[in-house]
Ligand binder design. Structure first.
Ligand code: FE
Length: 351
């Protein structure tokens, strides 16, 4: 493209050429009048409620949301390999361990937003990403078979009384790694390793499946006690499938560590990518997620609790689960301890 400009004043030829090339650069950098503003969101979430949420964001800001969905690890790989050539503006995923992984890979840009700092509690954000919803890792038990008063703390899961009675997914999964990270922070490395050895000693079967599979195994009598994230329980509670109702009727839920540090909570969250082609739109999108209206929808889409305390929850399953004391450990510590938690689980043989 060659732009010829007449500046209407006499000036040296080299200056005119310089000005005209500067103007040409500015014209390229600015979106043409009426051009669509857009944000590319790489999201590991796939809920219908998110559609409505994104439409509301577009109505409010005029910024269109292009969603690229995939499994957490695939999206992370894609963002890494596409780099600056890719369209990714925002990465949204679940669990501090995974968000911390994206941060450690240097994929996120620094997150500077007064809105987010004012609305998202300080323990739920780092310098590069923020949490938008929370979930708890709860203990599920076979009703009538287990006395819930024996399940006061996560530490009780390692008690010899539960030998051969525990179902839990792989130790390498982020949900268990984040729990291990929290235990490292609270109990130290040595006691966490003892705990992990206790978990392995108590297994009813080799770790397999996801959290819902552990809940089903308790209901089926394969084990008496399991660990699962709260939204899997809520999802079964909201299901109208008879087999899910049956599972819910057979399990009880215990909230660990209510008399001391609180139940371990994790998060869904996101950040702006360092290579984002649309950083302003990306930040506007994250700030919108922190608004009261977006918070209620974003959290409810996965039966989670909003990160913003003033946001209202209208979800019968969450209401039925009730209130609890949450561990206030910050997400930065959770993600930082993940690698150590993995080493501890490896030593303990929690595959
Ligand atoms: Fe999950």
């Amino acid at each position: 493209m060659r732009i010829i400009l007449n500046f209407g004043v006499r000036m040296p030829r080299f200056l005119a050429a310089r000005l005209s090339s500067l103007l040409a650069a500015a014209l390229v950098a600015l979106p043409a009048a009426g051009a669509e503003r857009v944000v590319h969101v790489y999201s590991a979430r796939h809920y219908q409620t998110d559609e409505a949420l994104y439409a509301a964001f577009t109505a409010k800001t005029g910024i269109h949301v292009k969603r690229i969905e995939g499994k957490e690890d695939e999206l992370l790989e894609r963002i890494k390999s596409e780099g600056a050539n890719g369209p990714a503006d925002v990465f949204i995923t679940v669990d501090a361990a995974r968000l911390g992984q994206a941060e450690a890979l240097g994929l996120f840009a620094p997150l500077r937003s007064r809105t987010i700092e004012e609305r998202i509690p300080a323990n739920m954000r780092t310098g590069t990403w923020a949490a938008f919803s929370t979930r708890a890792r709860v203990i599920a038990f076979a009703k009538g078979k287990v006395d819930p008063s024996t399940l006061r703390d996560y530490e009780d899961l390692a008690s010899p009384a539960l030998k051969g009675k525990l179902c839990v997914r792989s130790g390498g999964h982020p949900y268990n790694l984040s729990l291990g990270s929290a235990l490292v922070a609270h109990l130290g490395e040595q006691r966490t390793e003892q705990w992990a050895r206790g978990i392995v000693a108590n297994l009813a079967r080799a770790p397999k499946g996801g959290d819902t599979d552990q809940l089903r195994a308790v209901a089926a009598g394969e084990c008496d006690v399991a660990l699962a994230n709260s939204y899997y329980v809520a999802r079964l509670m909201r299901s109208d499938k008879p087999e899910d109702r049956e599972v819910v009727s057979r399990i009880g839920i215990a909230w660990p560590n209510q008399q001391n540090r609180g139940t371990h909570v994790n998060v869904s969250g996101g950040g702006v990518l360092k290579t984002a082609p649309h950083p302003a739109e990306a930040l506007a999108f994250l700030e919108y997620l922190a608004s009261d209206e977006a918070q209620a929808h974003f959290a409810d889409g996965n039966d989670e609790w909003p990160a913003v305390r003033t946001a209202k929850v209208r979800n019968p399953a969450l209401e039925a689960l009730g209130t609890f004391k949450a561990d206030a450990l910050d997400v930065a510590t959770l993600s930082r301890n993940t690698a150590l938690a993995q080493k501890i689980y490896d030593r303990a043989g929690w595959r």
